[in-house]
Write a protein that binds this ligand. Sequence first.
Ligand code: IMP
Ligand code: MG
Length: 181
Amino acid sequence: MWENNDIKEILITREQIEKRSVELGKQITEDYRALGRTPLLVALLRGSVPFLSELMKNIDLDIQYDFMDVKSYVGTQSQGDIKILKDLDDSIKGKDILIIEDIVDTGNTLNTVCKTMYLKGATSVKIATLLDKPSRRTNNVKADYIGFEVPNVFVVGYGMDFDQRYRCLPYIGVLKEECYK
Ligand code: IMP
Ligand code: MG
């Protein structure tokens, strides 16, 4: 395959992601069914799209989804500041929000997005993330549904990019150092 030369190691295979998405979908279905609620999935562009499509077919509820695109500032702006590049299309007042994310790293993005959801009138806000990198967390953001925990390495594939590349790889891998340059 074309990408093999750039990938140092495959961390998580397509089969593992598919299997884990079935488990998470079941858990989400049971949890919301027990509450008698149906979540609105809010997927954060662009990285969460493959995980969203894998997960939603395993949630056995009458769900809907919407997209949001946010950019977090690193360095130049105060920590936790985000800019909304694309906002939700519909009102979320009174809705139970399940945010779909590719990876929780420092947690800054989700910390702010969760607060924004409550400001917009959401009744509840939960997080489903494909990957969790807890070693990098700078706040107390905790995802409710986690696909896999990963060590402190830069990963690509299954939605995640380096400079917009590698998002379409059907697995999660570690990039070779020379590909960062
Ligand atoms: P946070 O605000 O630091 O949690 O950053 C979260 C965002 O940074 C994710 O949604 C990703 O878009 C990006 N990100 C963090 N770590 C990685 C990685 O290892 N590979 C690719 N993107 C990453
Ligand atoms: Mg992201």
